[in-house]
Design a protein around this ligand. Structure first.
Ligand code: ZN
Length: 463
């Protein structure tokens, strides 16, 4: 199967140019002007962008959490990804007590078996840091193809600072990257007790119990561990202006600290928690939504290069029956998480590029090229000869109003309901095969269940 994309604007992280792109089988074979040659399918991409498929490196497909589980599994989650122009997912794979990292990786791979419609990889999450697990980091980097490791500084399954330091040393030695959920657990525990006594249990207290300084302190502490070890660190879902400042200070010192943020932290504020009828529960995620000041600071952090990756933290729970029931009368019991995998690219294009906050090239960098480099996806993230043909044909003039019923995520709401989009994917290809197609007023999934492959990633190189 071959496809010729004619006359599109090829967008890379460093510039854009008009060209034809020829794909044969899984890969991009040639790029040039007025390419000749036969193709099974010819796509007129005049007036459209040819973008590398987005990579979402922060998802929780089918993850058990807080008495329930994230509702998108590998089938529905990757279908939604495909329909949003996301052609690679790096999913969190949280270790169970007693498991080796290999068992952990094999277990989650088996959940994807026969289901994934786009390619995926895994980040093992270290929850049971026995000495042999720290030893196993070497194998995970070199043999399993999973060189990034998630740790939490919060929740019951957090690791202590000594474990984080050991992990930073191990990843430095073998070419891995530690990813951290940075919030100070004791601040949060204390605030929870205070609000419990005062009977303050509405969703807004979820935000108040996790103040910006909890993130700021944890990032500052993690930065000291990086300074101590000379290792590298990736901060997941950065949410606050204060946290960003700590990252900037560390980077000014020459420390290799990288950051990811998500659309919800760029666009939404804690006012959402005050929506009537307990609807604020929809936005209960950790870290919580912040204020306008943090939104604006994070946009500047992306534009200025201190935030290198955009992700979603996709972890959906229905509002009706889950968010509103489990946590009824107490914000602490509301399952934490929100959907986002399908709206990542469209929202970043409209709110970032169309509104002039970032360039089109920067969008490609934080969604694809930079993400592939960060996580060792050597065949992904770029429209270039030899790379996988993960391609989004994007129409910058196509309008779309975000509404839950036109999306494919397995959940009953979207935090971006009613947002007016300018620019949408109109066709999405995963390794040369079409997986999503614009149809009248929405995207339809046209791919094949089980075609998505587990991708072994390269060790982290640092930059
Ligand atoms: Zn997460």
């Amino acid at each position: 199967m071959s496809v010729m994309f004619k006359n599109g604007l090829v967008v890379t992280s460093t510039g854009s140019y008009k060209a034809d792109v020829f794909v044969d089988g899984d890969t991009i074979k040639s790029i040039g002007t007025e390419l000749f040659g036969q193709a099974d399918e010819v796509v007129d991409a005049g007036g459209k962008y040819i973008l590398p498929g987005a990579i979402d490196p922060h998802t929780h497909l089918a993850m058990p959490f807080m008495g329930t589980h994230a509702q998108d599994d590998y089938e529905t989650g990757t279908i939604a990804a495909a329909c949003g122009g996301v052609t690679t997912v790096i999913d969190f794979d949280l270790q169970q007590k007693g498991e080796s990292l290999e068992e952990c990786v094999e277990r989650k791979k088996s959940w994807a078996d026969g289901k994934a419609v786009v390619d995926f990889s895994l980040h093992p999450g270290i929850m049971d840091p026995r000495p042999e697990i720290i030893e196993e980091v070497k194998k995970a980097v070199r043999d399993y193809g999973t060189p990034s490791f998630k740790v939490f500084m919060v929740y019951d399954f957090r690791v202590d600072d000594a474990t984080m330091i050991k992990l930073l040393e191990a990843t430095k030695k073998y070419g891995g990257l530690v990813q951290v959920h940075a919030e100070n657990v004791y601040v949060i525990q204390h605030m929870n007790e205070v609000f419990e006594k005062e009977g303050k249990l509405d969703p807004i207290y979820h935000a108040k119990s996790r103040p910006n300084l909890a993130e700021e302190e944890a990032i500052a502490r993690a930065a000291k561990m990086v300074e101590l070890t000379g290792s590298s660190l990736y901060v997941v879902h950065l949410s606050s202006m204060e946290g960003l400042r700590k990252i900037q200070e560390a980077r000014m010192k020459g420390l290799r600290i990288y950051a990811e943020t998500c659309p919800q932290y760029l666009l939404l504020t804690e006012d959402r928690y005050k929506e009537p009828d307990w609807q604020g529960a929809k936005y209960v995620m950790s870290p919580p939504l912040r204020t306008k000041e943090s939104n604006e600071a994070l946009w500047k952090g992306i534009a200025g290069g201190d935030v290198q990756v955009l992700a979603t933290d996709h972890c959906p729970f229905d509002f009706k029956g889950k968010k509103d029931m489990f946590g009824r009368d107490d914000y602490k019991k509301i399952p934490n998480g929100a959907p986002g995998i399908e709206t990542l690219l469209m929202v970043l294009h409209t709110e970032g590029v169309v509104r002039g906050r970032i360039t089109l090239e920067k969008m490609v960098d934080v969604l694809s090229t930079g993400t592939a480099r960060m996580f060792g996806l050597k065949n992904k993230g770029e429209i270039a000869v030899g790379k996988d043909a993960d391609i989004v044909v994007f129409d910058p003039k196509q309008n779309f109003t975000i509404t839950c019923s036109k999306l494919h995520m397995n959940v009953d709401y979207t935090p971006f309901e009613g947002y007016e989009m300018k620019g949408m994917p109109v066709a999405v290809y995963s390794r040369g095969k079409k997986v999503a197609q614009w149809n009248k007023d929405q995207l339809d999934f046209v791919g094949e269940k089980g075609r998505g492959r587990f991708i072994k990633r390269e060790p982290f190189e640092g930059f």
